[in-house]
Design a protein around this ligand. Structure first.
Ligand code: SF4
Ligand code: SF4
Length: 338
C-alpha cells in the first residue's frame, strides 16, 4: 500500500471519528486533533503527553446526588480515533485495559476510542526506545491491544494490520484490501513471565530501606511530574462535592507523591517521607503490577526521566536496584480482590 491509499483511509475515518495524532507544534510534539493528513508527525518519537488523557481523564464524575438517591453518570463520550500510537504506549494501554477491565467508565471511553498504532519499523523502534533496553519481542503485535496498526517500510510503502474485529470492519469499509489480520493472544507473551521483570521484582523488594532510597530522599522534591506523565500511572482519589448546585462524586487523578495520597482518619499518613513515596512509586511499577498482572508496570517510554526537574533517571535507579544483593526486608505484595 502506498501513502495515497493510507490517506484515503484517514479521510474515511475522519467522517466518523475525531482523529487525534502526534503533531509538531513548534518544537513540541503534541497529541492533538488533526484535520489534514499532512499535519501528522511520522517521526515515531514519543510525545511528552500521553494518550491516557483520552481514557483516564484527570477528573471523572461518577455519581450525582439529589436529595433521595445517587444517580450514576455515564457521560456521552466523543468517538476518537487515536492515530499513531507508538508500540510502548500501546503496551501501556494494554496494561491499563487489564486494570480497568471491569470499570464501566473506562470501558465506555475505551469502546469509543479506535486505536491506530504506528511504527516506522518495529526493530528500529526498539533501538530508538532504548529506555529499558527492551529486546524486540517476537510477535509483539499479537500481545498489543489495537484496532489498526500502520508500519512504514523503508521503501516508502505502508503495511497495514488489523488487530480487532472493529479494525477489520473499519478497514473493509474504507476500501483497504491489502492488510493482515492479527489475532490478539493476550497481554503476556508466550515465552511466559519476563525474566528481567522477575529479577527486578525480587531486587526491588530487597532494596527497601537501603541507601538508594535514602539518597533519593535528599534529591526528589515529590512534585509528582513523573507519575502524571507516566502512561501506566492510574491512581485516583475519590472526591465528593457538596455544592448544592453540583453535588457529585468524582474520581480525580492523583499520585503517590502528593501529601494527601495516603492520608487517613486521625491524620496518619502511610507515605509521609519522600523516601517512602518514591519507593512506593517504584514498588508499584516493579513489584505490585507484575505480581497482579504478570506484566511490567513500566513500558520504558522514558517520560519520567524527561520531566523530572531534579534529573532523577529511572534507568540509573534501576541499575542501582539491580545491584541489591542482601535481603533487607520482606514485604509480600498483597493480592487484592477485584
Ligand atoms: S519528577 Fe522527579 S522530583 Fe518529581 S516526584 Fe518524580 S522523581 Fe521526584
Ligand atoms: S519509563 Fe517512566 S514514564 Fe515511562 S512507563 Fe516507565 S515509569 Fe512510566
Amino acid at each position: 500500500m502506498n501513502q495515497k491509499e493510507l490517506e484515503k483511509i484517514f479521510k474515511f475515518l475522519g467522517r466518523q471519528w475525531q482523529i487525534f495524532a502526534p503533531q509538531l507544534e513548534g518544537d513540541n510534539l503534541a497529541i492533538s486533533a488533526v484535520e489534514n493528513f499532512a499535519e501528522i508527525d511520522w517521526s515515531g518519537e514519543i510525545p511528552l503527553e500521553t494518550w491516557k488523557k483520552f481514557l483516564i481523564p484527570s477528573e471523572e464524575r461518577l455519581f450525582v446526588f439529589d436529595s433521595q438517591k445517587s444517580i450514576e453518570t455515564l457521560p456521552e463520550i466523543q468517538k476518537n480515533a487515536l492515530w499513531g500510537v507508538n508500540v510502548l504506549d500501546l503496551k501501556a494501554i494494554t496494561l491499563i485495559d487489564q486494570v480497568f477491565g471491569k470499570d464501566p467508565y473506562y470501558q465506555k471511553r475505551r469502546s469509543n476510542s479506535l486505536l491506530i498504532g504506528y511504527s516506522g519499523g518495529l526493530e528500529s523502534d526498539y533501538k530508538k526506545y532504548k529506555v529499558l533496553s527492551h529486546n524486540l519481542e517476537e510477535n509483539v503485535l499479537e500481545h498489543l491491544a489495537f484496532d489498526i496498526f500502520i508500519v512504514k517500510l523503508k521503501n516508502g510503502q505502508v503495511k497495514l494490520y488489523s488487530g480487532s474485529r472493529r479494525g477489520q470492519e473499519t478497514l473493509d469499509k474504507s476500501g483497504a484490501k491489502d492488510y493482515e489480520n492479527i489475532e490478539f493472544a493476550g497481554p503476556v507473551p508466550e515465552k511466559g513471565t519476563d525474566k528481567r521483570m522477575l529479577s527486578l521484582m525480587d531486587k526491588m523488594e530487597k532494596s527497601y530501606g537501603t541507601k538508594i532510597w535514602k539518597d533519593l530522599d535528599k534529591i526528589c522534591i515529590a512534585c509528582g511530574k513523573c507519575a502524571i506523565n507516566c502512561p501506566t500511572c492510574f491512581c485516583f482519589d475519590v472526591v465528593d462535592k457538596s455544592d448544592p448546585k453540583d453535588c457529585s462524586r468524582c474520581r480525580n487523578a492523583t499520585t503517590c507523591f502528593y501529601n494527601d495520597f495516603s492520608l487517613v482518619a486521625g491524620g496518619h499518613k502511610e507515605l509521609d517521607k519522600v523516601k517512602q513515596k518514591i519507593y512506593f512509586w517504584y514498588a508499584h511499577k516493579f513489584i505490585r503490577i507484575p505480581f497482579e498482572y504478570n506484566l511490567p508496570g513500566c513500558v520504558g517510554c522514558g517520560r519520567c526521566t524527561r520531566v523530572c526537574p531534579v534529573g532523577i533517571k529511572l534507568n540509573d535507579v534501576l541499575a542501582e536496584v539491580g545491584k541489591t544483593k542482601e535481603k533487607k526486608v520482606i514485604v509480600k505484595p498483597i493480592k487484592l480482590k477485584t
